[in-house]
Design a protein around this ligand. Sequence first.
Ligand code: B12
Ligand code: SF4
Length: 498
Amino acid sequence: MNVLLLSMPDSFEHMPAVAIRMPNGGLSSLAGNVDPHHEVAVADLILVQHRVREVVERLVRERAPDLVGLSVMTFQRKTAQRIIELVRALRPGVRVATGGYDPSLAPDAYTGPSAGAADFIVRGEGELTFRELLRAIERGSGFEGIAGLSFRHGDHFTHNPDRPVTGLEGDQIRPPNRDARVLSGYTMVGRQVDVVETSRGCTFDCSFCSIIEMRGRNFHPYSFDRVLADIRDARAHGARSIFIIDDNITLDVRRFEALCGAIIDAGLNDVEYLVQAMTSAIANHGETLGPLMRRASFRYVFLGIENILDEDLEFLRASAKNRARENGRSAGNATIKAIESLHRHRMYVVGGLIVGNPDDTRESVEANLEFARRYVDYPYIQHPTPYPRTPMTKEFRERGLIISERLEEYDGTTAVVRTEHLEAEEIEFLRWRAERWMKLRHLPKTLVHRPWFGLRNGAKMIAHTFRGSTLKSLLRLEDERAAFTRYRAIRAAERVYV
Ligand code: B12
Ligand code: SF4
């Protein structure tokens, strides 16, 4: 069968396509796990963000797919539905499957009678379900026995039972197939980037995170042999920057340390690594983990700080993962210790913070912004976003604080919830106003680190960061709110990708 797998072109404010275009790890993993006689093409539409229609038309014409699969996050739902309509118009009779976080957690959005709906929904982990789905289509047998699959028959959808998460120790899940990618141009600030998984799952239950509803609380690591082979494959495909996309690699610090050692021993520290980490793990194990991460060539660490105030951390259910320990005792918030440790080992901190929680006031938002200004190298500040089925969504809904149901705005930097004390727009304004300058401050470091990229794209990055602003507004000769209004209008317009 001919299979075309697409990831959506939608990006959000902190990931401008001019600087960051990453492959979708799920799709190359699916491509590596179907039976080998299928012809699979993977197209990450972020690579062609401004010509989605043209590229989809070409791919459908050239690949003549029997099945098109789309990987979708919640804020990309509208784009996905438009692409499904386009694909059906171009190739009547084609079957359409959707998977990823949005179809898994809000399957009903894809079951309707419209041309933008799906024929199949793969819920949760996809490799085994998708493999079985292709086999069943080929054999013409029924779909009833395929765990994790929802399927259409006439006007109805049947939702088969969930599939238990797969253990990763054996070879049940084969390595990704990067040769299936048919578009090029992946970049992380000027270096070719790829993604590698070393484990799946997390045992925490932060209230804003979709992971628990997606796969429960568990942790499954891949063997080091497999991880190293995967890194080699990414390098062989040109990657010089590798994003470790694990849900929470710092859950098992000893394993992470050993992995750094294995990367060093295998000489795979000639590329740079980016990773997401918990503050507690970095703070409590910095002395041993920090030097190893540095030697293994970790350069950017996305720290899940979430918030610096205890009440907010409690609401986000993120207190435990941000707690420092000394001599076996709890020793307050781990954030500053974690940041100092990373800086001591010459790594950059991308600071993940969430502002605009239900009881936030202007002062509590400002306190977090001030913290980011003072301590983090690059800000990654978001607003709480009510993704399907998270505990946080339930609470925001019960308290009547959700102000927008337009899912394309659920990108994390558009405030779609208000607090008991502040309007959503005001929260977004406070963040937007502060964050632009923090990003600008990091630019010289980018120039030193990546001079060629900086020279070629520095102006574009500044223009992106200050969209909506004019000289007048920057010099405060015009109310900054006018610039903010223009920024929001630009953002709204660019959400229409097809
Ligand atoms: C790595 C990661 C990123 C990386 C992405 C790297 C990349 N291109 O792959 C970066 C940092 C760039 C990123 C950014 C964002 N992310 Co992110 N990210 C993750 C993370 C940590 C892991 C995702 C992953 O790659 N897993 C490994 C792969 C193998 O698994 P998978 O993607 O789930 O795919 C499997 C199945 O879902 C399924 N599947 C997936 N697609 C398809 C398609 C078909 C056809 C089929 C059959 C099956 C299938 O099969 C796959 C294999 O098993 C998750 C989860 C978490 N713990 O936080 C969040 C997560 C996916 N991100 C999320 C969000 C919201 C974002 C952002 C909007 C930022 C934000 N506000 O948080 C941005 C948007 C990016 C953009 N385009 O601008 C949300 C999505 C929530 C939702 N309901 O939509 C998550 C769940 C985190 C959360 N807040 O809960 N992210
Ligand atoms: S620690 Fe990270 S992956 Fe785990 S539940 Fe919290 S946000 Fe999600």
